[in-house]
Design a protein around this ligand. Structure first.
Ligand SMILES: Cc1ncc(COP(=O)(O)O)c(C=O)c1O
Length: 375
C-alpha cells in the first residue's frame, strides 16, 4: 500500500470543463492564432483596468520589453529597479540596451525603497521599474509623485498582483504603464501570456507594431516595417482560456486570501522568521513567502526543501538577488551592496499556494514545517 500523502504542488492552475470545451471550439474553428478571442480578452481586461488601452502579449517578459521600447528607452539610458525581483526586469532592461540601476527593497514587503530610488536618479535616468509583491504594494502615491517630480516614466511590474487595489483603485487602472503575467502560477492564466496597459491609443498602436514584426499596413494593402519589432502576439487558444479565467478572478483571489489567512493563523512561531505584511485587505495573494533564519535553525534551505518534498510538499525560491547573478556581476555589481535583497535571496522560501488547495492542505504544510524543523 502506498502511504505517501498526495503531492501539494507549489502552484497549479484551475481550469474547468467549460474552458476545455472553449479551447476545443477554437481548435476546431480554423482560426487558432491571434483573432477575435484575443481582441475580446483585451477588451475585457481593459474594462477591469478602468477602460485604459490594454494589449495581450505572449508573456509579461515580452510586455516589459515592449513597455521599455514604447518609452523609447535604449543605449545610454538608465532604468532604476529593485535588486529583488524576477529575472525578467533586469533582463529586459539589458536587452533594450539600457543599464539597470539597482536599489534595495524593504525586508518584509520586498517592495523597492523609494528613498534609494530618489538618490539613484541621474541625468541618464529614464524610468523607474518597480515590482509589486503580494500582500503590500509599492506606495503608488509616493512613486508617481517622485516620477512626476523628475520627469520619469514608470513601468510597474504587476505580474504578481492582478486584482490588487491601491486605496480604491485597481492596479493597472491608473498610473503610467503596467505589465501583468498570466503564467499558470499567476492569479489567472492563459498558459503563457501577459498584458500591457498603456496611457493612450497611440501607445497601444505602438504596442501593436512592436509585438508583430514592426509591421504597418500600406494603402495598397502591402506591408512596411517601421521598426525591428518582435513576435509576441497571443494565440486565440490562450485567449479563450483567459476569457474563462477573468470572470473567475475574484473567486480565485478570495480562495487565495482564505488560504493565506490560514497560513498566518497556523504558521509555526519561529524566532527570527519574517512573514509578509498582512495589513492591507485589498491585496491579492499570488505567493506566500517566508524568510527562515536557517543559520539559527541549524539547517539549510536545500535541506528544508528536500525534506518537505519527501513529505509531498513542493516549494519555490522567489527570488534570487538580481545584482549577484552572473549578468548582474558583469554589470559591475557585487555582493554586499543591497543587504535586504541578499537576505531575502538567502532566506526566502515560497510555500504552496493555489486555488485547488484546501485549508487542510495549509495545515499540513504548517505541521510538516514544524516537524521537519524539530519545533
Ligand atoms: C515578478 C515577476 N515579474 C515578471 C515575471 C515574468 O512573467 P512571464 O513568465 O509572464 O514572462 C514573473 C514571472 O514569474 C514575475 O514573477
Amino acid at each position: 500500500m502506498n502511504t505517501t500523502p498526495p503531492m501539494i504542488n507549489f502552484a497549479q492552475p484551475c481550469l474547468d470543463d467549460a474552458t476545455i470545451q472553449d479551447v476545443a471550439d477554437v481548435l476546431r474553428s480554423n482560426w487558432i492564432t491571434s483573432g477575435p478571442r484575443t481582441v475580446a480578452l483585451e477588451q475585457a481586461l481593459s474594462t477591469s483596468f478602468g477602460g485604459r488601452p490594454t494589449r495581450m502579449l505572449t508573456s509579461a517578459t515580452a510586455a516589459m520589453e515592449v513597455a521599455l521600447d514604447v518609452c523609447g528607452i535604449g543605449p545610454g539610458d538608465e532604468v532604476i529597479t529593485s535588486a529583488q525581483s524576477f529575472f525578467s526586469t533586469m533582463n529586459m532592461i539589458v536587452k533594450v540596451g539600457a543599464r539597470p540601476v539597482f536599489v534595495d527593497c524593504e525586508l518584509a514587503s520586498r517592495n523597492i525603497l523609494l528613498q534609494q530610488v530618489e538618490t539613484a536618479i541621474t541625468p541618464q535616468t529614464k524610468a523607474i521599474m518597480p515590482t509589486h509583491f503580494p500582500g503590500a504594494l509599492v506606495d503608488m502615491d509616493a512613486l508617481l509623485a517622485l516620477a512626476k517630480k523628475h520627469g520619469l516614466r514608470v513601468i510597474e511590474d504587476a505580474a504578481l498582483v492582478q486584482g490588487s487595489y491601491w486605496k480604491d483603485q485597481a492596479i493597472g487602472s491608473f498610473g503610467d504603464i503596467a505589465t501583468f503575467s498570466f503564467h499558470p502560477n499567476k492569479n489567472m492564466t492563459t498558459i503563457e501570456g501577459g498584458a500591457i496597459v498603456v496611457n493612450t491609443e497611440q501607445e497601444a498602436k505602438q504596442v501593436d507594431i512592436l509585438r508583430f514584426h514592426g509591421i504597418t499596413r500600406l494603402a495598397d494593402d502591402t506591408r512596411d516595417v517601421v521598426t525591428a519589432g518582435g513576435k509576441f502576439n497571443l494565440s486565440d487558444v490562450s485567449a479563450a482560456i483567459g476569457l474563462r479565467q477573468l470572470p473567475q478572478l475574484d473567486s480565485f483571489l478570495q480562495k487565495r486570501q482564505s488560504l493565506v489567512q490560514r497560513y498566518f493563523q497556523n504558521f509555526p512561531k519561529i524566532p527570527g522568521a519574517v512573514l509578509p505584511p498582512n495589513d492591507m485587505p485589498r491585496q491579492s495573494w499570488n505567493m506566500f513567502c517566508v524568510l527562515f533564519p536557517f543559520a539559527d535553525l541549524k539547517t539549510s534551505r536545500k535541506e528544508l526543501r528536500d525534506a518537505l518534498r519527501q513529505h509531498g510538499i513542493a516549494t519555490g525560491v522567489s527570488y534570487e538577488a538580481l545584482h549577484t547573478t552572473t549578468l548582474g556581476r558583469s554589470l559591475g555589481y557585487s555582493e554586499g551592496q543591497f543587504p535586504n535583497a541578499e537576505r531575502i535571496a538567502n532566506e526566502t522560501l515560497t510555500l504552496p499556494l493555489h486555488v485547488n488547495m484546501t485549508l487542510e492542505d495549509v495545515d499540513r504544510v504548517c505541521e510538516t514545517v514544524k516537524t521537519v524543523l524539530g519545533l
